[in-house]
Design a binder for this molecule. Structure first.
Ligand code: NOJ
Length: 568
């Protein structure tokens, strides 16, 4: 089943713009969980190819595909053992080439993921480093150090892994005695590389060219704020991260957001600029401070970066307004477009985040730990997520949609412990439920016979279990149904692709009640979002283009509802 491809030309016309990345609505494909064509229970490139028509019909301008490289899959592909090939579970390089060409033929740009902070421990460089021993040029490509304490039995410093526990793993010497330690800010199988090393620099530049030459339009850069470490490796101590916005610029964290990163990305930008049509980067940059985020977006560095402040912002009007204003001001100062995002494969799905009491805040964390024990109203969560989608797609700049958001999927919060795959679960001994709940294979068909159309009939079980009731939120259940979340996204994207006011540009706040976010964009467009509990009257002379829910009988905008208006 594929959706008819009835609006590709609109998306395609946006992509004719040389600066397509300033406007793009990008659909994130988590390949393991998108569509499985060969029936092994894991999504693949053939599955993506079979659904490109659906994506064209949805109206997205680009897709971002999470890592598809050969990988031992200790962190779902973010442990890359070869940056210039395709993981056999996902397919082949020929299939990737075909997919890129087919996406382009539908007017869809292709962004892939690059993972420059760490490799897999099975990458040739790391295998060589272990074999070559201390002090060798091979080891200089990574961050090896002797341990502290008696016999070097303690890690070289106090840095912690993002997945829990110390950020260091000890090696074993050829004679079986304990050896040096290596840094790995994520899983033990993900050694951090040394960006002071010339081999590392040239290797990644060659990788960019390899994929640009194959037609890839851009890269999402994993952990872009983490590449450079203080080579003295001082303890973090009680230094907070993110550092507070008002701290002086000469205070830096030893391993996040260090000034030396910018020079690396200038070399990357120079490579991207060699190509036409324009290639673009989007940084995954968790720095918390809008000013520091914008520094990555100067015109000789990255083109765009995810705005995680928006993702983390509670559903409260004043908080949202503050984040939007700070984002637009800091991005304008460097001439970069904002990049709005509500979810991804690392964070709790927006429906389930917004289902919780918003006055308790949203966690920055990538996990659900903060939500456990907090009651959820999933109907309210869905209403808010739909309104947030209209807000996001109306704001100036580009936007990312994580697969399944267009179906209104909630987080799956009851995956049995023994079915969980995320290394976070293991490294925290189950205390942290990790990120599997937003990675469950998506439902294409309402039919529950096995896998909701994720895989062919009779296939192996999906790599994560799908919950009962998944079919109600499937593509086939929502397609063509007025008011469904899928049709809301399709309508909004069609308008966004055609309306000259949307995408890159300016906005002006309108006078409105305190609980309402109302802004206009020229020519003739307004977005109203009621974040408060009471209905509010809409401007009398405006025509509703699309709405996230029903208006009241007298035409007012109810709580947790958004509309796009054509102003007279
Ligand atoms: C961020 C990625 O989005 C996440 O999934 C991954 O685990 C870490 N970086 C480490 O690569």
């Amino acid at each position: 089943m594929t959706l008819t491809q009835d609006r590709p030309t609109l998306a395609a016309s946006r992509n004719d713009l040389p600066t397509w990345w300033r406007n793009a609505a990008v659909y994130q494909i988590y390949p393991r969980s998108f569509a499985d064509a060969n029936g092994d229970g894991v999504g693949d490139i053939a599955g993506i190819r079979s659904r490109l028509g659906y994506l064209a019909g949805l109206g997205v301008n680009a897709i971002w595909i999470n890592p598809w490289y050969p990988s031992p899959m200790k962190d779902a592909g973010y442990d890359v053992s070869d940056y210039r090939d395709i993981e056999p579970v996902f397919g082949t390089l020929d299939e990737a080439d075909a997919m890129i060409a087919e996406a382009h033929a539908l007017g869809i740009k292709v962004i892939i993921d690059i993972v420059p902070n760490h490799t897999s421990d099975q990458h040739r460089f790391f295998v060589e480093a272990l074999a070559a021993g201390p002090g060798s040029p091979e080891r200089d490509r990574f961050i090896f150090r002797p341990g502290r304490g008696e016999d070097g039995a303690l890690p070289p410093n106090d840095w912690q892994s993002c997945f829990g526990g110390p950020a260091w793993t000890r090696t074993t010497n050829p004679d079986g005695t304990p050896g040096d330690w290596y840094l790995r800010l994520f899983a033990p199988e993900q050694p951090d590389v040394n960006w002071d090393n010339e081999d590392i620099r040239s290797e990644f530049l060659a990788t960019l060219r390899f994929w640009f030459d194959r037609g890839v339009d851009g890269f999402r850069i994993d952990v872009a704020h983490g590449l450079v470490k203080d080579s003295a490796l001082p303890d973090v101590g009680d230094l907070p991260f993110p550092l507070p916005e008002d701290w002086p610029d000469d205070v830096d964290h030893p391993h996040w957001d260090r000034p030396g990163i910018h020079e690396i990305f200038r070399t990357w930008r120079a490579v991207a600029d060699e190509y036409a049509p324009q290639r673009a980067f989007c940084g995954e940059i968790w720095v918390g401070r809008p000013r520091r985020l914008a520094a990555y977006l100067r015109d000789d560095e990255l083109h765009t970066a995810f705005n995680f402040d928006f993702l983390m912002c509670p559903w409260l009007a004043s908080d949202l307004r503050t984040v939007i204003d700070a984002t637009l001001a800091t991005h304008a100062a460097v001439g970069a477009p904002a990049t709005w995002v509500l979810g991804n494969h690392d964070v709790c799905r927006p429906v389930s985040r917004y289902a919780r009491d918003q006055r308790l805040g949203q966690p920055m964390d990538r996990n659900l730990v903060h939500f456990l024990g907090r009651p959820a109203d999933l109907d309210a969560g869905l209403r808010r997520a739909r309104a947030a989608a209209l807000l996001m797609l109306a704001l100036p700049g580009s936007a990312y949609i994580y697969e399944g958001e267009e179906l209104g999927l909630p987080e799956v919060e009851d995956i049995p412990l023994d079915a969980m795959q995320d290394p976070t679960v293991k490294q925290t001994f189950g205390a942290d439920p990790g990120r599997d709940g937003c990675r469950v294979p998506i439902p294409w068909d309402a039919d529950a016979s096995g896998n909701y159309g994720f895989s062919p009939a009779g296939a192996s079980a999906p790599w994560l279990p799908q919950p009962s009731g998944w079919g109600e939120r499937s593509v086939s259940a929502e397609q063509g149904v007025p008011g469904s979340t899928l049709e809301l996204y399709r309508s909004a994207l069609a308008i966004r692709n055609a309306h000259p006011a949307l995408g890159d540009g300016d906005m002006q706040w309108l006078d409105s009640p305190a609980d309402v976010l109302a802004f206009s964009r020229e020519p003739g467009f307004a977005c109203w979002v009621n974040v408060g509990p009471e209905p509010v009257a809409l401007p009398a002379d405006a025509k509703v283009l699309v709405r996230s829910g029903d208006l009241t009988a007298d035409g007012a905008l109810p709580s947790d509802t958004a509309v796009w208006l054509e102003l007279g």
